[in-house]
Ligand binder design. Structure first.
Ligand code: HH2
Length: 270
């Protein structure tokens, strides 16, 4: 078995391809399958280790999409990329994950950490797929209304440790799993920055850590716009490097070339 750490050596870049009309970060640019496929190929050329294909937006306030709609969005993209571009599937639905794995997806990126669909754990266990478990407080529709923590890093770490145990008990080998603190998922600006500063607490759990900081609204807000819904590339790069310095391994980003270049420099220094 190739472990996740071997397959995605630190730092590895995961390109984001949202096959959605309403993602916060790339507002429908890849909603047409043809466009999503072109973007994914370009990300591979620019140095992405894998491309994360998703058919459901999880931005703050978003509504869930049906199984049929999610399949309709992602399947043509997965079919076109099969055997050419390494793919991760961003879904909480076992049937979407199953179809994606049949079409060659290597990793299941579940923002609910196996709490959304009771069938997903068994489905992943019966496959060879890697798995990302992400922390979220609440659910996308309401998660930004009033997130509360006594100790954000400690609570996120405890949650991820519990979900890792759940996944392993369900038969998914630990060596195939990475953990993600879930920046922006039920966290205020200050909570996100505290969590980034204390990312070492998550890294200490012993699994590779994936971070999704790219274009997140906290980056726009720390720059002074209290209404920002996205953050700029410059701030995304700074956040990625701060995460790398604290041990993050995989970087889920929209601007692949720039992150590959910045992380190559950070690695050379480190
Ligand atoms: N962030 C988003 C979606 N999926 N998965 C992981 N593991 N970590 C993240 O931080 C993460 C994620 C949200 O970003 P994006 O896909 O750009 O937007 P949307 O959810 O609006 O499609």
């Amino acid at each position: 078995m190739v472990t996740l750490a071997e397959r995605f050596p630190r730092p590895s870049v995961m390109g984001v391809v949202n096959v959605t009309p309403d993602s916060f970060s790339d507002g429908g640019v890849n909603f047409r399958p043809e466009d999503a496929v072109v973007s994914a190929r370009k990300m591979l050329e620019e140095g992405a280790a894998i491309v994360d294909v998703g058919g459901e937006s999880t931005r703050p306030g978003s509504e869930a999409v049906s199984l049929d709609e999610e399949l309709r969005r992602v399947v043509p993209v997965l079919e076109a990329l099969q055997g050419e571009v390494p793919v991760s599937i961003d879904t909480a639905k076992a049937e979407v994950a199953q179809r994606a794995i049949e079409l060659g997806a290597e990793l299941v990126n579940d923002v609910t950490a196996l709490r959304g669909d009771p069938e997903l754990a068994g489905m992943v266990a019966s496959s060879d797929a890697y798995l990302c478990l992400m922390h979220m407080q609440g659910e996308p529709r309401t998660m930004q209304l009033d997130p509360q923590y006594d100790d954000v890093a400690g609570e996120v770490a405890a949650f991820l440790e519990e979900r890792l145990g759940f996944a392993v008990d369900a038969g998914i080998p630990e060596e195939r799993i990475c953990l993600d603190p879930g920046f922006g998922f039920g966290k205020t600006v200050l909570q996100n920055f505290e969590l980034l500063g204390r990312l070492g607490v998550i890294v200490q759990l012993g699994r590779p850590v994936l971070v999704g900081l790219s274009r997140k609204r906290s980056l726009g807000r720390i720059l002074g716009d209290p209404e920002a819904t996205t953050g700029p590339l410059s701030a995304s790069l700074a956040a990625a490097i701060e995460a790398y310095e604290r041990g993050a391994a995989i970087f889920r980003v929209h601007d692949v070339r720039e992150h590959v270049e910045a992380l190559t420099v950070a690695k050379a220094v480190g």
